[in-house]
Design a binder for this molecule. Structure first.
Ligand code: PLP
Length: 391
């Protein structure tokens, strides 16, 4: 009997999903020696000491079992206290919080718990690579809202209105944003909140970079008047607490939505890793100074890298948050992909082509400054040298 043709039997939506543009690029980078990477979106810092110590102690004390599906109540309480102290928004730890396996799982659950076939989701473009596939896998229709380069890729109220269609059920936001670092102003957020009310939209707000907002104060969408009851706030530990590998995030919002998400989570995941939940609780209790120290370092690096790109003749606005810059490479005459591959070949510096985040990223590259100042200096020197060869 011939071998079965599995490619003919796969799920059609899965078949249509393209592999992540970032991962594709980094498979190439991983094979190279002495490459300076401004590519991956993860902190160069090791997780804070108290986080590691607490996790080791917990393991020694035998915390090697499952937790309840929603996550440890003590962690959920620590999360709600943290959000209250930081932003003045209060959630009920018993019914309005779900601990997830990173914000990644929270995004997946949020769409699966709320979308029915034919429902559409307004979401920003360019954007983090997982949103569009997650919408499609949940049976939804993506409705991209294009942030414009002339606004330094800040998503404006008008961009959302322009993308709106009556079948839209969800408005998905991400600020500060990956890949652009742009955030949203209070003025814009208030207009968007009125729009969400008028069109009766559920707002899902990925605020994983909220703590990494430099000059201004981060304003969670759920803190806007009347928005808590129509907003699902997604947050996590990967970025601000340098805990990518622990895989912990959370969703906070209306109890009915949290209950629906928990239903899926209990069957697909059961619970977030116990040891990581304990580590996350330690982060909120004992690592706020570490968080602030890392943020200070990113702030300095941001200013340095922005100046460096501008000095190299690649216009670069100063992003409000996250740890990415999104310089404009159009003056080189190269496409984003050409720029990234030629830079890698010529100077062994890895950056991500803007097109990995959607077609509107053409003409831009994403560079992460979650790497040491020394590496940033070296990378800027090499990028400068590369750009000079093109002129
Ligand atoms: C905007 C955004 N949301 C979510 C994630 C995923 O985070 P987590 O590690 O919590 O799954 C990332 C990771 O890069 C991100 O940039």
């Amino acid at each position: 009997m011939p071998a079965p043709l599995w490619d003919k039997r796969l799920n059609r939506t899965v078949e249509q999903i393209k592999p992540s543009g970032i991962r594709q690029f980094f498979d190439i980078v991983a094979a190279r020696k002495d490459c300076i990477s401004l590519g991956v979106g993860e902190p160069d810092f090791v997780s804070p000491r108290p986080v590691i110590e607490q996790a080791i102690t917990a393991l020694r004390d035998g915390f090697t079992h499952y937790t309840g599906n929603q996550g440890l109540l003590s962690l959920r309480t620590a999360i709600t206290d943290y959000l209250d102290q930081e932003y003045g928004v209060r959630y009920d730890p018993a019914s309005e919080v779900l601990v997830t396996v990173g914000v990644s799982e929270a995004v997946d659950l949020a769409f699966r718990a709320t979308l029915n076939a034919g429902d559409a989701v307004l979401y920003p473009q360019p954007s983090y690579v997982s949103y569009e596939p997650m919408i499609a896998l949940a049976g939804g229709t993506p409705l991209p809202c294009y942030a414009r380069r002339e606004n330094n890729f800040e998503l404006l109220y008008e961009d959302i209105v322009q993308a709106y269609a009556p079948k839209a059920k969800i408005l998905f936001l991400n600020y500060p944003a990956n890949p652009t670092g742009s955030s949203m102003s209070r003025e814009t957020l208030l207009k968007v909140a009125d729009f969400a009310r008028e069109k009766d939209l559920l707002v899902i707000s990925d605020e994983i970079y909220g703590e990494l907002t430099y000059e201004s104060r981060h304003l969670p969408f759920s803190t806007l008047p009347g928005m808590k009851e129509r907003t699902l706030l997604l947050g996590g530990f990967s970025k601000a607490f340098a805990m990518t590998g622990w895989r912990v995030g959370y969703a906070c919002g209306p109890a009915e939505i949290i209950r629906a998400m928990t239903k899926i989570h209990q069957f697909s995941m059961l619970c977030a890793p116990t040891i990581s939940q304990i580590a996350a609780e330690a982060a909120l209790k004992y690592a706020l100074e570490d968080r602030d120290r890392m943020k200070q370092a990113y702030h300095l690096r941001r200013d340095r890298i922005v100046n460096g790109f501008n000095a190299a003749g690649l216009p670069c606005y100063k992003p409000a948050g996250a740890f990415y810059v999104f310089p404009d490479i159009r003056s080189t005459g190269l496409s984003s992909m050409e720029f990234a591959s030629q830079l890698l070949d010529a100077e062994n510096v890895a950056v991500v082509p803007g097109t990995a985040f959607g077609a509107t990223g053409e003409g831009f590259i994403r560079c992460s400054y979650a790497t040491s100042m020394e590496e940033i200096e070296k990378a800027l020197f090499r990028i400068n040298r590369f750009v000079r060869t093109l002129r």
